[in-house]
Design a protein. Structure first.
Length: 102
């Protein structure tokens, strides 16, 4: 396996003790992971990995994700437009301000 250029860490809402916080999971994090992977593949971005994580701690902005190595934190990623904005950000090298968590 080749080391990815970017890594998307997607909150799956589960805390270390196994109790779900629920915001990202209820917001469709599971389907979001699949959509991200499919859309990245459709755009030919094979150098981007997607992984689900435990709680990222920004529940008020979920579903949430982080793009590394840029350290861009995005919130309210709950639509096709939001997914497109994240992928556009990766391609352009500049984060989409409308979803950026500051």
């Amino acid at each position: 396996m080749t080391k990815p250029k970017h890594h998307v860490l997607l909150c799956a809402s589960f805390r270390m003790n196994g109790m779900p916080q629920g915001v990202c999971a209820k917001g469709g994090a599971g389907q979001l992971a699949q959509r991200l992977q499919e859309d990245l593949a459709d755009r030919g971005l094979a150098d981007v990995a997607v992984s689900c994580t435990s709680c990222l701690g920004i529940c008020d902005r979920g579903p949430a994700l982080v793009v590394y190595p840029e350290n861009w934190w995005f919130g309210h990623i709950d639509s096709e437009e939001a997914v497109d904005a994240v992928i556009d950000s990766i391609e352009a090298g500049s984060p989409a301000p409308e979803y950026l968590v500051t």
